[in-house]
Ligand binder design. Structure first.
Ligand code: IPM
Ligand code: MG
Length: 347
């Protein structure tokens, strides 16, 4: 029986994961669920954002369904105890390095996008973001300069193996889509990016059937709002991918709609909405559960090989939206649970 680790986390995390679990349970696939705390919730219950018992469950599980982490009460904690360390720690500890963030506009959500309908409706891309390296994991700290001034620093680096393995994921992803990879970097300024570009070009030799282009990240940010339909697969590093995926989500209607999968070498994966814990609306039943429900669909597809069940969940979300079901972020008035009901009815 496949074991799903349910890690609700902070803020709206518990509300949205509850709805995703309802959907998974309704499919009656014989899944086992086990819950553990992460993030600020775990810090306040267990004294650490990623307690040993949570890590142990994560290691045993076949897949992880993750809500969100982030709690303003944690902002002044030492960095290694902050809620965000839970997600960073899970990605690193389980060597889940490839974060896939599909962005497309669901039919009926044209008006939710801030872009013109004809621009927004062309959005159908996957951002393939590396999440085990980059400036996120380099040496960092605070120090005092010779002149007695405070200085903060974070070292950005990638080695060639890290770049090559994410590049392969990017090309493989493009192969089952429209065979176009746009690698995003800042090679005009950063050595890390120059190596990134060199290695991506080397790996591309094994993928002659995929078209490779390169774009500087500032231009990519501009192109995402100018003509997002040009992108099929965006391949990029941890920091640029973090920023561009939030931007892409909003172009596609709402950050409440975008799921993600983080994969490694084995079938195990971590599935989470790309949005954060939204402390301002936590506990009010306002959050859109669709991104988490769609993350559960990715879990079925990538970790459990249950393609049909994944298709059913995605079709149910689409049908619920077509029938007019909308949470506040989409201009509607349904609560989190009512949106879950609408998806369940469509299932
Ligand atoms: C994301 C989030 C995380 C990240 C935070 C919570 C550490 O923004 O998954 O996009 O920066 O990777
Ligand atoms: Mg982010």
């Amino acid at each position: 029986m496949p074991l799903i680790a349910v890690l609700p986390g902070d803020g709206i995390g518990p509300e949205v994961t509850t709805q995703a679990c309802r959907v998974l349970e309704a499919l009656d696939l014989g899944l086992a669920f086990e819950e553990a705390p992460v993030g600020g919730a775990a810090y306040f219950s267990d004294g650490h954002p990623l307690p040993e018992r949570t890590l142990d469950l994560a290691r045993r599980a076949d897949a992880l369904l993750f809500g969100a982490v982030g709690d303003p009460r944690g902002d002044n904690l030492e960095r290694h105890l902050r809620p965000e360390q839970a997600i960073l720690g899970l990605r690193k500890e389980l060597e889940l390095f490839a974060n896939l963030r599909p962005a497309r506009l669901f039919p009926g959500l044209e008006d939710a996008s801030t872009l013109k309908t004809e621009v927004a409706s062309a959005i159908d891309m996957v951002i393939v973001r590396e999440v085990n390296g980059d400036v996120y994991f380099g040496e960092k700290g605070m120090r005092t300069t010779a002149g007695g001034r405070r200085e903060g620093y974070d070292i950005m680096s990638y080695d060639e193996d890290e770049v090559a393995r994410i590049a392969r994921v990017g090309f493989e992803t493009a192969r089952v889509r429209n065979r176009k990879v746009c690698s995003v970097d800042k090679a005009n300024v950063l050595e890390t990016s120059q190596l990134w570009r060199d290695v991506v070009i080397e790996v591309a030799r094994d993928y002659a059937d995929v078209e490779l282009t390169h774009m500087y990240v500032d231009n990519a940010a501009m192109q995402l709002v100018r003509n997002p339909g040009q992108f099929d697969v965006i391949l990029t590093g941890n920091l640029f991918g973090d920023i561009l995926s939030d931007q892409a989500s909003m172009c596609a209607g709402s950050i409440g709609m975008l799921p993600s999968a983080t994969l490694g070498r084995s079938g195990k994966g971590l599935y989470e909405p790309i949005h954060g814990s939204a402390p301002d609306i936590a506990g009010q039943g306002k959050a859109n559960p669709c991104a988490t429900i769609l993350s559960a669909a990715m879990l079925l597809r990538y970790s459990l090989g249950m393609e049909d069940a994944a298709d059913r969940v995605e079709a149910a979300v689409t049908a619920a939206l077509v029938s007019g079901a909308r949470t506040a972020d989409l201009g509607g008035s349904l609560s989190t649970a009512e949106m879950g009901d609408a998806v369940l009815r469509a299932l």
